[in-house]
Design a protein around this ligand. Structure first.
Ligand code: 5GP
Length: 203
């Protein structure tokens, strides 16, 4: 597999999707991994585009079959990344972008550390996060409360990431993200480097 992986995490409402869509033209060929989830679709979300929306039973069956590269329970719902499409994109040499939570990042780091670059995207403060969640008008107060509470746990993993983007200026955040995405494609796998060293030393 010759591609690379860029993991993006951060609280819901941090602006991850806006940053990715604004940056998409600048970062070249990439594959955005579409996760499966048991959470119900929000207004405007499309099955197979935003997520694969599946039932809890289907999700648990896929866990048993070993179909997931990683999965986690977030805000009371399952979210996971299927192995198949990701493997295909990696074997085509593509950059694969994941928008996953901190548990998923930890799992991926354990499994395929050598091709992973990661970035944590966050609003500048918890008050800014609350304001954004309220202004996007897609979740009720109880769900917003859950997401805010979850962000307090998530932020504890911030040091595990290669990069952090504090999104208080969208243009600046998009520029920073483009630099990180371009750099993530240049990450060499240890096997490739070992081969390079052997050739260099004529072993
Ligand atoms: P939302 O419900 O706002 O779309 O997503 C909630 C959280 O689930 C976000 O932090 C998002 O990054 C995370 N998430 C989405 N897909 C996946 C996935 O496939 N795996 C994991 N571990 N987390 C995911």
């Amino acid at each position: 597999m010759s591609g690379a992986i860029l993991v993006i995490s951060g609280p819901s409402g941090a602006g991850k999707s806006s940053i990715i869509s604004r940056a998409s033209k600048e970062i070249g060929d990439y594959y955005f991994s579409i996760s499966s989830t048991t959470r119900p679709p929000r207004e405007g979300e499309v099955d197979g585009v935003n997520y694969h929306f599946i039932s809890k039973d289907e999700f648990e069956e896929d866990i048993d079959k070993g179909d997931f590269l990683e999965y986690a329970r977030v805000h009371g719902n399952y979210y996971g990344t299927s192995m198949k499409a990701v493997k295909e994109a990696l074997s085509e040499g593509k950059l694969v972008i994941f928008d996953i939570d901190v548990q998923g990042h930890a799992m991926i780091r354990q499994r395929i550390h050598h091709i992973v670059t990661s970035v944590f995207i966050t609003p500048p403060s918890i008050d800014a996060l609350k304001a954004r969640l309220h202004s996007r008008n897609s979740d009720d107060d109880a769900i917003i409360e859950k997401r805010v509470k979850n962000s307090k746990d998530e932020v504890e993993s911030i040091c595990d990431y290669d990069f952090v983007i504090i999104n208080d200026d969208l243009d600046k955040a998009v520029d920073e993200f483009i630099s990180i995405a371009k750099a993530s494609k240049l990450k060499y796998k240890s096997e490739v480097l070992e081969k390079f060293i052997k050739q260099w030393k004529n072993l």
